[in-house]
Design a binder for this molecule. Structure first.
Ligand code: 6R9
Length: 632
């Protein structure tokens, strides 16, 4: 299949795509240009076709007689909170909510911001947007008011769908208050969110009642209850925008990655089916949050397009106890389970006793995503969770790729712990050296993809030039992933991590530039440089070098204050592990910070600093080594 997908894409993709409903057929299956010298970069799949992904996720299955199939087993933060929703119930709710959005003035092409916890209303809201051709822009519920407001403004979303709050373990996340602050920030910056729809999730359990602003805020359930039942899916172009999702790069502010109805549909459905070897009646459980791409592609769209039954989980793996995932696997007899290496490592710490409490024999496929998985965690996952029977699929992909691009297929690809193995159908990866020369055989270098695939991002929202510069300028004629990879003698890929200034902390991707600019908005900070450091559980931790303004006391309380500042600017998941006060940073004579040196010092590798003679002031290196905070 792989060979055909590369050599003969039209006969490969045509029967796959025909499993979906296209109101009008495509005129060209695929056309793309990756070469900036030959004109603007453009990517088109199924061009000329009319379809709607929401119709393909819901109506198609209900019309085929699968309306009673369970779409989601929803499980709340409290183990007593469990609900089941079928495909026909989803269809009814989505139609009503699509009518709600229309009544709020949303038309095709208008973006809708969604800031919600892991509840079914979130999926209802996103599919309702898709149904009427309104791109959704989901902002992860862990983002701060500042980050939320920036994303609302960048996409100019006049409607925000949120919830009163959510419990994560015993901690209450006050989503609506954060949303209120974000909407206020938008207003003072000249943009108004005119309608805010609030799902009542925490209700009476919340520490305080939810604040509702008259004329702007309305309850989700009240609007839904009075909305018309029917709302036929709008037929949109295959290349119309389905959603934007903000992601971090090496420079500048996060960018809105754009995916479209047609190609993303075919890609997420196909990769879900093959990577997880999905069969009807299987139960699948992905622990990601829908606020990230993994949740978009592999909790919402991929599974729904396959009429799959999924577990959707609101809580955290350690509440009430550290066996929560395993209890869920046993309760719902989960066949495929998908999580991140950071979660595996943190659960591994609780020992084998936790998984041994439960019958995990239903598990057949175990997925990993978000960062390289270290062989030790891989082996524990395979041996203890998978009882040495289940296949481990280490899926390498990105927000930009829409779905898996390098991954084993269960029962088909021989596994090697720590390797994402071989390319998915239609993916032609290559390893390049710094000069852009393609390396053959066993090699290590920059990972690029040479041909377009259906789920590829199409542009950066509102900034096509940034799209071209970010992904197609370093090496001409290929999509640059920003990751490094090593290819072994069997052609297996081993992802070595980012080659740019992006770090991945607990699977959350962030740009060091973004963290630095957040740090320097603190009035006491003159300059900051941030690097990733290896971290046992989180994969990478954050080491922040900070130069304060003259006269500022650099003590423990200032350290705490700066950590809190980052939480407020971005979110708790971006809190630095180390604040390293210094009076200078290693800069070249032209003023460029030499991050290589900062990394070496943060990694305790000063023995291999390399050449520091080009620094404007080499003495700063010793100061940095001496002032380094003690390892905790
Ligand atoms: C899906 C997702 C993308 C970056 C990517 C890479 C890292 C993801 C990986 C992996 C090694 C894997 N990454 N999966 N590295 N092995 N199986 O995580 O998207 O948040 O956009 O992050 O994550 O560095 O470039 P996103």
């Amino acid at each position: 299949m792989y060979e055909q997908s590369i050599n003969d894409p039209v006969p490969f993709w045509t029967p796959i795509a025909k499993q979906f409903h296209w109101e009008e057929p495509w005129t060209t299956l695929h056309a793309s240009n990756f070469d900036r010298n030959a004109g603007p970069v453009s990517i088109k799949w199924f061009d000329g076709a009319k379809t709607n992904i929401c119709y393909n996720c819901l109506d198609r299955h209900v019309l085929n007689g699968h309306g009673d199939r369970v779409a989601f087993f929803w499980f709340g933060n409290e183990p007593a909170d469990a609900r089941t929703v079928t495909y026909s119930q989803m269809l009814e709710r989505v139609q009503r909510f699509a009518n709600v959005l229309k009544a709020l003035g949303i038309k095709k092409g208008d973006t809708v911001a969604i800031y919600m916890p892991m509840i079914v209303d979130l999926v209802v809201a996103m599919l309702a947007c898709a149904r009427i051709g309104a791109p959704h822009s989901i902002i992860f519920g862990g983002f701060s008011a500042e980050a939320l407001s920036e994303r609302i403004m960048d996409a100019r979303s006049s409607v925000l769908v949120t919830a009163d709050g959510a419990f994560r373990g015993t901690k209450f996340i006050d989503l609506k208050s954060i949303a209120d602050t974000a909407m206020e920030k938008c207003k003072t910056r000249g943009f108004e969110v005119t309608h805010c729809v609030v799902s009542l999730n925490s209700g009476d359990k919340a520490p305080h009642s939810v604040n509702m602003v008259q004329g702007r805020d309305q309850f989700f359930h009240e609007l839904e209850a009075t909305a018309e039942l029917e709302c036929p899916a709008l037929w949109v172009d295959a290349e119309d925008i389905l959603f934007l999702l903000y992601t971090s790069g090496s420079t500048g502010r996060p960018k809105g990655v754009v995916h479209t109805h047609g190609g993303y549909m075919v890609w997420t459905a196909t990769t879900f089916k093959y990577t997880f070897d999905y069969h009807p009646s299987d139960v699948y459980f992905c622990t990601a949050d829908i606020g990230w791409i993994t949740g978009h592609s592999y909790i919402a769209y991929g599974p729904l397009l396959n009429c799959a039954t999924s577990v959707m989980f609101e809580g955290i793996p350690t509440y009430p106890e550290a066996d929560r995932y395993w209890a869920i696997v046993e309760k719902y007899k989960v066949n495929s389970f998908y999580t991140a290496p950071t979660a595996i490592r943190s659960l591994q710490r609780f020992g084998e006793e936790m998984p041994k409490r439960h019958d995990l024999s239903s598990l057949r496929v175990l997925g990993s995503v978000g960062e390289p998985i270290n062989p030790e965690a891989w082996i524990w996952y395979h041996d203890v969770i998978g009882n040495k029977r289940a296949s481990v699929v280490d899926t390498y992909w990105q927000t930009e790729t829409g779905g898996h691009v390098i991954t084993p297929l269960p029962g088909c690809t021989p596994m090697k712990p720590g390797s994402a193995s071989l390319p998915m159908f239609g993916i032609v990866p290559a390893i390049l050296d710094k000069a852009g020369e393609e390396l053959s055989g066993k090699a290590e270098g920059y990972l690029v993809i040479k041909q377009s695939w259906p789920g590829q991002m199409r542009t950066v929202f509102g900034n096509h030039e940034r799209f071209e510069l970010t992904y197609f300028s370093q090496f001409s004629g290929a999509y640059c992933t920003g990751d490094g990879a090593h290819r072994d003698e069997h052609g297996y890929s081993w992802i070595t991590g980012r080659t740019d200034d992006v770090i991945t902390v607990s699977g959350h991707r962030m740009g060091t530039a973004e963290l630095e600019s957040a740090m320097t908005t603190h009035p006491d900070v003159a300059e900051s440089a941030i690097v990733g450091v290896p971290h046992e559980i989180k994969g990478e931790g954050i080491h922040a070098y900070v130069i304060t303004n003259p006269g500022v006391e650099t003590d423990v309380s200032k350290e705490k204050e700066l950590k809190m500042h980052i939480r407020q600017e971005i979110g708790a998941f971006a809190t630095p592990d180390v604040i390293h006060f210094t009076s200078g940073l290693p800069k070249t004579r032209s003023g460029k910070i030499m991050r290589r040196i900062l990394r070496k010092i943060a990694h305790y590798e000063e023995d291999s600093l390399g050449d520091i003679s080009t620094l404007a002031d080499p003495s700063v290196v010793q100061e940095l080594i001496d002032s380094r905070p003690k390892l905790q």
